[in-house]
Design a protein around this ligand. Structure first.
Ligand SMILES: [Zn+2]
Length: 415
């Protein structure tokens, strides 16, 4: 990977299209000047054209010369790329889980486009998907591809009434744009205020974070221009804002509000004060934008990141392991028979761990929806199938402690 990175850096540092663009612009300027000259005095045409030839040729030559390092850079980069990613065959369709549920896949794509703010692409996609509804095809591991469960149908069909969702995401992008690009907190604060109760019940700090940032902005606003020793306008402005807006938070965020108020005492040298980190925090805007994005999606019942993106990334990480596994299995002529379980450990990064896995201590099998973990009254947990095998429907002794219980006393554990 280092080779690749090196080439990208080389390409970025050495090859600039801007010089070539300048050269081309020079050539265009020469031509326009000549045209103007000829238009003003048609008799001068032969002379002007003769004079034009040499300098014009030269600028074009320079443009060509400037392009050379770009071509050679691209060439080298292409070679390194080929070396790194050897042409491997794509995995075979033996485990094709996708073609069995095309409407769910379409939904995931449409949702992803909506979440990315690609509204026009999303509506074209939805329109075309509606015009040509996909035909599910049974595959090896999912022989029954038709949507049976009502939640599946709702999911697949629900997205295709995407207008409302689109409006909601348009609002989200508007607020995010104001936050990130315009540094304007107003729309986000308004949004959070309208949902104050529900945000609080979720334990979200968003509303307070936004208001605190507003306080900071008012405090440091135009300090250089307005902050004369006798009239600390920014801090005063912030102080009034705090009286109006922040005091309402003082019950839940006592310490934070106290900090902000304490900072007032240092209004002349906040940079050297213990409160500096609150007032000069470069990532504060990105943090509130991220937090807003997460809360907005949660209130819509969605995760902060696009599930399609997560699935595709996790799949890209897993693919090499699975391909290797496949080739080993072919060599040794063995097969992986356990369904709903991957044959190898896939080392995914921590943000991609969504829930814990439970392995039954009796059967050593990973639990699934059909075979969930069950907790007996003694607190020990085994898989449902193990529970049935051990108990045979009657009172039985826990395999890990002396307690006895009836299988119907066991409770399903949801991880
Ligand atoms: Zn026990």
């Amino acid at each position: 990977m280092d080779d690749l990175r090196e080439q990208v850096e080389l390409l970025e540092s050495s090859a600039h299209l801007s010089t070539s663009i300048n050269d081309v612009q020079k050539a265009i300027d020469l031509l326009t000047a000549a045209r103007a000259k000829i238009a003003a005095d048609p008799h001068a045409a032969p002379l002007t054209l003769a004079k034009l030839q040499d300098p014009f040729k030269k600028t074009l030559e320079t443009a060509q010369k400037d392009l050379k390092p770009i071509y050679s850079g691209l060439n080298k980069y292409g070679k390194v790329l080929d070396k790194k990613f050897k042409d491997k065959p794509l995995p075979s369709a033996e485990n094709d889980a996708l073609s069995s549920h095309p409407s769910l896949i379409n939904r995931a794509i449409a949702m992803h486009l909506l979440r990315e703010g690609q509204f026009s692409v999303a509506s074209t996609f939805v329109e075309e998907a509606n015009r040509r509804p996909p035909h599910p095809e049974p595959t090896l591991n999912t022989p029954n591809p038709y949507l049976k469960e009502s939640w599946e149908k709702d999911l697949a069909e629900g997205t295709f009434n995407s207008e409302k969702l689109q409006q909601q995401f348009a609002e989200m992008y508007h607020i995010l744009h104001e936050l990130r690009n315009e540094r304007n907190l107003e729309p986000a604060i308004q949004w959070a205020k309208e949902r104050s109760e529900i945000l609080e019940s979720r334990g979200s700090n968003l509303e307070f974070e936004l208001c605190r940032l507003q306080f900071v902005c008012l405090f440091v606003e135009q300090r250089e221009d307005n902050c004369r020793d006798d009239r600390p306008e920014g801090p005063l402005h912030a102080y009034h804002y705090a009286l109006q807006e922040l005091l309402g938070f003082s019950k839940r965020y006592m310490r934070d509000v106290q900090e902000l108020m304490g900072a007032m005492a240092f209004w002349q040298n906040i940079e050297d004060s213990p409160y500096c980190r609150i007032f000069y925090n470069n990532s504060a805007w990105e943090e509130v934008a991220h937090s807003f994005n997460r809360e907005f999606c949660s209130l819509l019942g969605l995760s902060a990141d696009s599930p399609l993106f997560i699935a595709a990334t996790a799949g890209a990480i897993a693919l090499p392991y699975l391909l290797k596994m496949q080739s080993i299995m072919k060599e040794k002529r063995t097969e992986w028979t356990t369904q709903n379980e991957l044959p190898v450990e896939i080392p995914l990064p921590t943000p991609y761990h969504f829930h814990s896995i439970f392995v039954c201590p009796v059967s050593k099998e990973q639990t699934t929806d059909a075979n969930p973990p069950m907790m007996m009254p003694c607190g020990h947990v085994i898989a449902h199938e193990s529970l049935e095998k051990l108990s045979k429907g009657a009172r039985f002794k826990c395999p890990y402690c002396p307690n006895e219980s009836h299988p119907r006393e066991a409770k399903k554990v949801v991880l």
